[in-house]
Design a protein around this ligand. Structure first.
Ligand SMILES: [Zn+2]
Length: 61
């Protein structure tokens, strides 16, 4: 289980994390992949980031 380092909220659900697609701002990433950042839904602090496959299973709403 993950806790937000900013506000201490327990991040146990996809709804507690806000994924922001960054692929439009990262020129070096091949278009077949999507770079994203994960932020706390409560305070907006960036928790982590990564690259997802084209299928985009990052819990898109
Ligand atoms: Zn937070």
């Amino acid at each position: 289980m993950v806790h937000c380092p900013g506000c201490g909220t327990t991040l146990e659900d996809e709804t507690d994390i806000e994924f922001t697609d960054r692929d439009s701002t990262i020129g070096i990433i091949n278009s077949s992949k999507r770079f994203y950042t994960a932020s706390c839904a409560a305070c907006g602090r960036t928790i982590g980031s990564g690259v997802a496959g084209a299928r985009g299973n990052a819990g898109a709403a």
